[in-house]
Design a protein around this ligand. Structure first.
Ligand SMILES: [Zn+2]
Length: 198
């Protein structure tokens, strides 16, 4: 079964969240009847559902919808995949790039599916460490490649706007399975994602 694109908001959930956002905005000392804010609780309720739509999507199905038999046995890398997620501790965004590599074992996957599954896992409440491992395990369990590697580099608004206010810090997380547990393979991947051909 093909995966479904998220296109509708649940009326009940939108109404619930809307009411709660109205309370939050009022608790912060604002006037929810003024022009700019009248529709904010509803807009925010819809935005939050959009940003967490990944709960309703099945990443394994997305991969399975585009797997092909192929005798290619070298490394496949998709790098610089844009990523936007929400930190589950503060409900603030973190964003950056994901780099994914795998070594096929008789099957390849349509390249556009890798960014798609990054989105599915990123559009949930997350921590960067779990996000990295969920992407890794999903590819490993579904495609069953000889190896898979995921590196994520991200900036966290909860660090940049509050707390320690380290505005230029980037958090890097990585995970490796199969062939990528070997130092040479891992180093080749890390070298390839850190250099540009142009
Ligand atoms: Zn946070």
């Amino acid at each position: 079964m093909p995966y479904k694109q998220f296109e509708e908001y649940t009326i009940k959930v939108t109404e619930d969240i809307k009411g709660q956002y109205k309370n939050i905005i009022e608790d912060l000392g604002e006037d929810t009847t003024r022009d700019g804010l009248v529709k904010t609780p509803e807009r925010a309720a819809k935005a939050m559902q959009f940003l967490t739509q990944g709960y309703k999507q099945d990443p394994e199905e997305i991969l399975k919808s585009a797997m092909f038999k192929e005798d290619y046995k070298d490394m496949v890398i998709v790098k610089d995949i844009e990523l936007y997620s929400l930190c589950e501790h503060h409900l603030l965004p973190f964003f950056g790039k994901a780099h994914i590599a795998y070594i096929p074992n008789g099957q390849i996957v349509g390249l556009s599916k890798l960014p798609r599954i990054v989105d599915v896992f990123a559009r949930r409440l997350q921590v960067q460490e779990r996000l990295t491992h969920q992407i890794l395990d999903c590819i490993n369990d579904t495609l069953k490649p000889q190896g898979v590697a995921v590196v994520i580099e991200a900036s966290h608004m909860c660090m940049m706007m509050r707390g320690v206010q380290k505005q230029n810090s980037v958090t890097t997380t990585s995970g490796f399975r199969g062939q990528f547990e070997k130092i040479e393979t891992r180093n080749e991947f890390l070298k390839l994602i850190s250099t540009s051909l142009s």
